[in-house]
Write a protein that binds this ligand. Structure first.
Ligand SMILES: [Zn+2]
Length: 365
């Protein structure tokens, strides 16, 4: 395996950061960060399981306990255990998945978490299965590995910490990364195959809210337990694939909108509606504070008839409360089907507050 110097490691880390892959993302269950407030985690008794964590692809990535990992390890062959648990490396050109060209998903052999997809597999010529990006950046953890007199970036499964291989900065575009895998760490499932529960994402629902600048709306929703993913974008207008500049200056009709993917078993649509009305002022017409223009309008794009009914009933009920006694709610409620496609905003708008310092404070209850 190629030895890379410290400079190259720096390049790898820069590329990993661009991908959103955190170094050392995996933590043992006992010290896993909570999805809710850190103080809540600190208050948890040691015996309580880690708070559930979910990736943007809605997979449960809660770190497994030592006991669970030991139980799963019983099914491994000695050869697989040598790689996955003892961080070994299989011999080049010997793995069973090196030449696999079928469409499908490569999952962790120990815990079943999807790790890589066939659409990012390429022939690196190294003798090990190679990919230029993970299935989901939150599924692969990275650690500095100083073994064998080399400095490398080891990659591990984010859920079970099983050893996968290493990542290097000599991969193809668009990432420039080469995730070098041991076949022994992976199980392949061909496209269309019935997937066991541990491989499947959890059931989720989707909601769309527009309430002024999407940076703050996205950031606040992202902080709610049960929200799996929140993405800034544009919706409700007439221009395909709009840019931020077009939406700002071009009468596209689009509203800055946030797409929420949530776990309905942990947070309901009704609760999202309640929070949405706390996150912005639904009485300001075509503006939100200093941000003026119809792209900052207050809008709900209901994803189905049930959401439409709930949104309309929620607003009717809110209108009768003292908060809105003297101020009319101007939130526009429409169906997502009528509003048209949601277009994701440019990458620099995503997770803006997380990337650029500070979260928006949550409103007082
Ligand atoms: Zn795993």
């Amino acid at each position: 395996m190629k030895v890379v110097g410290l400079l190259a490691i720096g390049l790898v880390l820069t590329s990993l950061a661009a991908l959103g892959l955190a170094q050392g993302a995996w933590q043992p269950a006992s010290s896993a960060p909570s999805e809710t407030a850190a103080k809540e985690t600190a208050a948890m008794p040691a015996s309580k399981p880690a708070s559930p964590r979910f990736s943007a692809s809605a997979h449960d990535i809660t770190p497994l306990s030592k006991e669970r990992i030991e139980a799963l390890a019983l099914k491994l062959s000695k050869e697989d255990a040598d790689v996955i648990l003892a961080k070994g490396t299989e011999r080049p050109f010997c793995g069973n998945l090196l030449d696999n060209k079928k469409e499908g998903v490569y999952v962790c052999k120990l815990c079943g978490l999807p790790l890589f997809s066939s659409d990012s597999k390429f022939n690196s010529g190294t003798g090990w299965p190679s990919f230029f990006k993970p299935f989901d950046t939150a599924h692969v953890g990275v650690h500095v590995d100083r073994s064998h007199g080399m400095v490398r970036e080891e990659i591990v499964c984010a859920r079970c910490n099983g050893h996968l291989g290493h990542v290097f900065d000599d991969g193809p575009e668009p990432t420039g990364l080469r995730f070098c895998l041991n076949s022994a760490s992976l199980t392949f499932f061909e496209k269309g195959a019935q997937l066991p529960p541990e491989i499947r994402p959890i059931p989720t629902a989707t909601a769309y809210f527009a309430g002024g600048c999407f940076w703050g709306v996205e950031d606040r929703f992202a902080q709610l337990p049960g929200v799996i993913d929140s993405v800034s974008g544009y919706m409700g207008g007439s221009v395909d694939n709009p840019t931020y500049r077009q939406v700002c200056y071009g009468n596209t009709g689009h509203a800055e909108t946030v797409r929420i993917v949530f776990d309905p078993s942990r947070i309901t649509y009704a609760q999202l509606l309640e929070r949405f009305f706390k996150f912005h002022d639904p009485t300001q017409l075509n503006r939100q504070g200093p941000d003026i223009g119809d792209q900052y309008r207050s809008a709900i794009f209901a994803n189905d008839e049930e959401q439409l009914r709930q949104a309309q009933e929620f607003i009717a009920a809110q209108a009768k409360t003292p908060r809105f006694e003297k101020r009319k709610i101007v939130t526009v409620v429409d169906t997502a089907a009528k509003a048209g496609k949601f277009y994701e905003a440019e990458e620099y708008h995503q997770d803006y507050h997380a990337k650029n310092g500070g979260h928006c404070p949550m409103p007082e209850e």
